[in-house]
Design a protein around this ligand. Structure first.
Ligand code: NAD
Ligand code: WQD
Length: 332
């Protein structure tokens, strides 16, 4: 198939592109390199043996995007492009809605113009907000607590509405839990610019000595050791879920939301210890107050993904930490 991959130069998109190319798909990455670098294309090529096409377009530029679609005429779209920092979204909600919602609408319009009706969208477990119970099932109420999460919810809703109007639309909203890890070759991984927002990239920087200590945000949650519990998923497992979701769009029209997690929850302390084992380094930490807006626990019920896609996670915590550590060392 001819697959347009928005945000394909980013962390999750680049890993997914390696699998798409290896499966024989023709891949066009559409990325403005706002949060990635063009050398990722060489790395994808090294891993997959094939170089993806690239078009450096901003998804919010509707006319330019439509021109790319008229030229490439994709069979399907994987839509990763967007902004993803929760704190930044709280400070600048309009920019998050402009890029994440406005950019998505431009994209859907460009798809409609060329009769492309298959899409897999990068949603997030953040659409659930503070869950009533864990593990979380897809029909749990959606109550995102910040503009980033709202932007994901709105895009899901726009796809639902588009699906009501167009019975040929096949859309899969993949609700990722907490992606972590790197490509086993250490050629691809997550290399955030500046101070990392998320726990594990920060832990990796403490392990190398780039950051002095980790701040643990609260140890008084109602969890076994008091620290926050999350469902960390290996980025290669997540990438594999996209190929299964793409298969579903070929088999069936309709709009579906699917959790992509492992079903296993680990606390901040468990993650620190797992990374200590993988890196054989000390991870100094200090417990501080809770981070505003954080929740105690967020763990997927991944059974719908297995039922509908035949997908389940295969790579465990040790592998996530080992691959992330190899990648971190490769950056030196
Ligand atoms: P990332 O920042 O590494 O990748 C996003 C890519 O999109 C980058 O290459 C960036 O340059 C590109 N981009 C941003 N704005 C663009 C624009 N206007 N036009 C074209 N390209 C643009 O992020 P990621 O971690 O790979 O996340 C991919 C998607 O998954 C995002 O939509 C994110 O919201 C979602 N998601 C991520 C996580 C996570 O923890 N990483 C969790 C849940 C959902
Ligand atoms: C995990 C745990 C923190 C940093 C966020 C977004 C979510 C999704 C994934 C995109 C929590 C604790 C963290 C630190 C810490 N992104 N922590 N010290 O909050 O589950 O989800 O990223 O969709 O939308 O909200 O992930 O990695 O930030 O935090 O103690 O320096 O680690 O309190 O318990 P989170 P995270």
């Amino acid at each position: 198939m001819r697959i347009a991959v928005t945000g394909g130069a980013g962390y999750i998109g680049s890993h997914t592109c390696t699998l798409l190319l290896a499966a024989g798909h023709d891949v066009l990455i559409i990325d403005n390199f706002n949060n990635s670098k063009s050398d990722v294309l060489d790395r994808i090529e090294k891993v997959a043996g094939v170089r993806p096409r690239i078009n450096q377009t901003d998804i919010t530029q509707a006319d330019a995007l439509s021109a790319v679609f008229s030229d490439y005429r994709p069979d399907a779209v994987l839509h990763f492009a967007g902004l993803k920092a929760v704190g930044e979204a709280v400070e600048n909600p309009l920019e998050y809605y402009r890029v994440n919602v406005g950019g998505s609408v431009s994209l859907f319009q460009a798809m409609e113009n060329v009769g492309c009706n298959k899409i897999v969208f990068s949603s997030s477990a953040t659409v659930y907000g503070d869950p009533d119970q864990v593990p979380i099932v897809e029909n749990h109420p959606l109550r995102p607590t910040n503009p980033y999460g709202q932007s994901k919810r709105y895009v899901e809703k726009i796809l639902e509405d588009w699906g009501q109007a167009n019975s040929n639309l096949a859309a899969v909203n993949l609700r990722y839990f907490n992606p972590f890890g790197a490509h086993p070759t250490a050629l691809l991984g997550e290399n955030p610019q500046g101070i990392p927002n998320n726990l594990m990239p920060y832990v990796a920087q403490v392990a190398t000595g780039q950051a002095a200590e980790l701040l643990v945000f609260g140890d008084d949650y109602d969890t076994p050791d008091g620290t926050g519990v999350r469902d960390y998923i290996h980025v290669m497992d997540l990438a594999a879920a996209h190929l299964k979701a793409l298969d579903l769009t070929v088999r069936k029209a309709g709009v579906k939301a699917i959790n992509v997690g492992t079903g296993n929850g680990y606390s901040v302390m468990q993650m620190i210890n797992a990374f200590k084992r993988a890196s054989n380094r000390e991870i100094p930490y200090r417990v501080v107050d809770r981070r505003p807006g954080d929740i105690a626990e967020c763990v997927a019920d991944p059974s719908f993904a297995f039922e509908l896609l035949g997908w389940k996670s295969e790579l465990g915590l040790e592998r996530m930490c080992a691959d992330a550590w190899s990648y971190q060392n490769s950056l030196k």
